[in-house]
Design a protein around this ligand. Structure first.
Ligand SMILES: [Zn+2]
Length: 450
């Protein structure tokens, strides 16, 4: 009898305490004391500011250091002391492949790794990305079921990670970059849902990605460096096919990212109305004018060029001869393309191609952009407000202001003076959750360590 009573009592206590805990979780206040605050990368910094955070949202930004209780509801707020820090909005990477990264046996992995394992590896890669200060990523191509599952798991709070917007399968012509050339035809799954030829098939390929949950569409306008065929980096989809792809996507409210290296293919994509060009390696002054006329963004991915060039130089046996040749050609010219684009006033959104470089090294892109001639402030704009606009999420992130998600990072030095300050964030908060940065990196794959 007593035991029964105790069991019942414990059960009731658990429910009461449990609901209390839930109540606390659903109304948690934090006050961040920011010594230097760049609330909007287009504006001047302000000193001695307080950011009031309730659960996942920014409630208010105030002058001076607000103490708990000064604002109603904040009596039990925890104060986060970033008085000695440079505080800004969480960074956004507009071009990632979060489910994988380069490994020495990449050809074998392509036909042996399950999408379930890819999704689980994506959890670890996501955390590395988040700890590097990137609170949002736009994933552009990867195993469809795996990336949507990872995105949804993060959205539902099942696992922690950066906010993900995902394209699902990248769309490619038969034999094009993304169609997995170089394998025996009974081994490589062909064709996958992103392979299309001709206007009708290309419309269907877009609609198929949307059906399964794509937030945006990614297609390959030209050849690519890491496809295992000697098909170059020129135009692959015809003009007609590109127009069909873009029209089908826009009709369903999805923006379009076009992978493009060669000038002719890139210009065809711009004329077709894409929202962004990824890489843009052979962009020249004429192409830049077309960017400005259409309003498309350039996502430069300098770190991808830097990484493949370095691997091709230092490890001649790592890539197939076809890939190695393309890596050595494309790597060195990408900085020139970015300089031209910046000088001509092309809109630029920060993006790396992470997965080509190791996840968590994303901020090194900023250092390369700076070396290419882009000023620090323009880089910070590209990695916050511009990337948010490209992805279509300016209402929830990109600046620190009331009503937006609490995506907040800090650096111990001022990145407006030295962009390398971004390489090691001293503090990261994503959607109101503080991220533990004191985690030794797990070396899943000790090579290439770029
Ligand atoms: Zn890519």
């Amino acid at each position: 009898m007593i035991r029964k009573f105790l069991t019942l009592f414990t059960a009731i206590l658990t429910i009461v305490l449990g609901s209390n805990l839930l109540a606390q979780v659903s109304d948690e206040w934090k006050i961040i004391h920011a010594g230097t605050l760049l609330a909007d990368a287009r504006e001047e910094v302000r000193t001695e500011q307080s950011i009031i955070v309730r659960n996942n949202l920014i409630i208010e930004v105030r002058d001076g250091y607000v103490e708990p209780g000064q604002i109603s509801g904040t009596a039990s707020a925890r104060v986060i002391d970033l008085k000695g820090q440079f505080v800004m909005s969480g960074l956004i990477d507009s071009h990632t492949h979060i489910l994988s990264q380069q490994e020495p046996n990449r050809r074998e992995i392509r036909v042996t790794r399950s999408s379930e394992l890819s999704a689980l590896m994506g959890v670890e890669y996501s955390m590395r990305t988040l700890r590097a200060g990137f609170t949002t990523i736009r994933n552009v191509g990867g195993s469809r079921n795996a990336i949507f599952a990872l995105r949804d798991a993060i959205n539902q709070g099942v696992v922690m990670g950066p906010r993900i917007r995902a394209s699902g399968q990248g769309i490619t012509p038969t034999g094009g970059h993304g169609d997995g050339g170089g394998f025996r035809d009974d081994i490589f799954p062909h064709p996958h849902s992103g392979v299309c030829d001709g206007v009708a098939e290309c419309r269907k390929a877009v609609r198929t990605q949307v059906k399964f949950g794509a937030d945006h569409i990614k297609y390959v306008a030209t050849g690519g460096v890491l496809s295992m065929t000697a098909t170059g980096t020129g135009q692959q989809f015809t003009d007609d096919e590109q127009i069909a792809l873009v029209e089908a996507a826009h009709a369903m409210g999805r923006k379009v990212a076009a992978h493009a290296h060669g000038k002719i293919g890139m210009e065809a994509a711009l004329r077709a109305g894409v929202d962004s060009i990824e890489h843009g390696s052979y962009l020249d002054a004429e192409t830049a004018d077309l960017f400005v006329a259409t309003g498309a963004y350039l996502v430069p991915t300098l770190i991808a060029g830097h990484t493949v060039e370095r691997i091709a130089t230092e490890r001649p046996d790592f890539y197939t001869p076809e890939v190695r040749q393309k890596a050595l050609e494309v790597g060195p010219i990408m900085k020139t393309a970015l300089r031209t684009a910046y000088e001509k006033g092309v809109k630029i959104a920060f993006g790396t191609d992470a997965g080509v470089n190791d996840h968590g090294t994303n901020a090194y892109e900023a250092v390369l952009m700076n070396e290419a001639g882009m000023p620090e402030r323009a880089i910070l704009v590209s990695a916050t407000v511009n990337a948010a606009e490209l992805i279509g999420i300016t209402d929830i992130t990109g600046t620190i202001e009331a009503g937006k998600d609490a995506d907040i990072i800090a650096a111990s030095r001022n990145p407006l003076e030295d962009i390398s300050a971004l390489l090691q964030p001293s503090y990261v908060m994503a959607r109101g959750v503080e991220i533990n940065l004191d985690v030794p990196p797990v070396d899943l794959f000790p090579w290439p360590n770029i």
